[in-house]
Design a protein around this ligand. Structure first.
Ligand SMILES: C[N+](C)(C)CCCC[C@H](N)C(=O)O
Ligand SMILES: O=C(O)CCC(=O)C(=O)O
Ligand SMILES: [Fe+2]
Length: 406
């Protein structure tokens, strides 16, 4: 027997058309309405609008009803119990005007969707643009952009200055504030404009020298190759803040490399390698048994975390020091993974991709630890570095509150 839904197969309409349940096939062609066409397909609703052909699942459409009974617009939360929707639901009536789509459901409930909202909320609309617009850089691109540092006084008092800073930070993954008093307190104050401090086993604010007070190479005078921090967390810290309060000696420059620029090169040259890096979960580990610090952290995730619908990278974990035994894949895949890792490493190590800066008292560096790798040159003498980690959610939250896309 033909289901009721089947009778709606290929019902179609255009702007201002009204189709009735039971019409086997309707096709309206109002000339001025070319901008909006719709069609009730067997398994989804097809909408052509704003230059896009979009497909909406019927359950999705019922689930996204923003009427007062289905959605609390004061709290912006769904009231509707999604599990109560008939999985075979179809609208009985469809109507479109200049700005909206109206669907009438079998129980008489009417849902109104604004057409631009449907575009924003559709899969096609999402695929059209990056979740996070970025400018990928090598040393020349970054240097030629001549990005101004923010200045402490203005940064603390003026939202426009904070907005400029965050816009650059979101685009490039690094940003500086200068003229900050060379104290831990002022460093903490400056970070609080951006987001919330993420306390870890290293503390809230840290202030360290090469005294090996903790069981990690960071607490020595040795060079550190490019890496991301806390790759051994299930959710690595979003932002790293560095403020060099003191250095009486030589060396100790900071190395910065855009991990997404390197990942993009891998994608262009070898999609298979990119796929291995984005699909294969790898463990990172932090084991500390020293000076009464006992920690064992394990984080599992691919080197490149990507959105599956567009391959956009949103996080890189790259820390060869902290990478744990690879036991998540069989040996043949392991070998292919090493080939892919070698290609990513070669890109990350190209001298033209390296940005070297000497941190000085007063100059606070913010690093997107999900994107930009850092390292340091070996050094001599007393060097004191303070800083903290910040949560990424709260940084983008601040950015959104200032009207930035993030
Ligand atoms: C920044 N601070 C000195 C506190 C900690 C350094 C942590 C270093 C660790 N190997 C990692 O890469 O996560
Ligand atoms: O000493 C430095 O400049 C950075 C060391 C480091 O990588 C870290 O603390 O995370
Ligand atoms: Fe580090």
């Amino acid at each position: 027997m033909m289901s009721l839904a089947r009778t709606f197969t290929r019902l179609r309409g255009t702007l201002q058309s009204v189709s009735q349940a039971g019409c086997k096939q309707t096709s309206n062609t109002i000339p001025q309405a070319a901008a909006c066409n719709w069609q009730l397909l067997d398994d989804c609703f097809e909408l052509s609008y704003g230059g896009l052909v979009m497909h909406f699942d019927y359950v999705w459409l019922r689930d996204h009803c923003r009427s007062a009974s289905c959605y609390n617009s004061k709290t912006n939360q769904r009231n509707l119990d999604t599990a109560s929707i008939d999985l075979g639901i179809r609208p009985l009536k469809t109507r479109v005007d200049e700005e909206n789509l109206f669907l009438t459901w079998p129980d008489g409930h009417v849902t109104r969707y604004s057409l631009p909202w449907l575009v924003d909320s559709s899969f096609k609309g999402q695929k059209q643009s990056a979740v996070q617009p970025r400018i990928l850089w090598n040393s020349d691109i970054y240097t030629n952009a001549k990005l101004p540092s923010a200045s402490w006084e203005k940064f603390m008092s003026c939202d426009e200055e904070l907005k400029r800073f965050l816009r650059n930070f979101l685009l490039y993954g690094i940003a500086f504030v200068e003229d900050v008093p060379a104290t831990v307190d002022a460093t903490e104050t400056v970070t609080q404009r951006v987001g919330l401090i993420r306390e870890t086993m290293y503390g809230r604010m840290w202030n360290f020298t090469s005294d090996f007070s903790r069981g990690d190479t960071a607490y020595t005078k040795l060079a550190l190759d490019r890496h991301t921090d806390t790759s051994y967390f299930q959710e690595p810290c979003g932002i790293q803040v560095f403020h060099c309060l003191r250095h009486e000696g030589t060396g100790g420059r900071t190395l910065l490399v855009d991990g997404f620029y390197a990942a993009e090169k891998v994608l262009q040259q070898s999609p298979e390698n990119f796929e291995l890096l984005s699909r294969i979960p790898i463990k990172h580990e932090y084991i500390e048994n020293q000076n009464n610090h006992r920690n064992h952290m394990i984080g599992i995730g691919p080197l490149l975390s990507v959105y599956p619908w567009n391959n956009e990278v949103y996080m890189i974990r790259y820390n060869n020091y902290d990478r744990a035994a690879i036991n998540t894949i069989p040996h043949d895949v392991t070998h292919r993974w090493y080939v892919a890792h070698r290609q990513l490493t070669a890109e990350l190590r190209k001298p033209e991709n390296e940005l070297w800066v000497k941190l000085k008292p007063g100059k606070v560096l913010f690093i997107d630890n999900w994107r930009v790798l850092h390292g340091r040159e070996s050094f001599t003498g007393l060097r004191q570095l303070c800083g903290c980690y910040l949560t990424r959610d709260d940084m983008v939250n601040t950015a959104r509150s200032l009207g930035l896309q993030a």
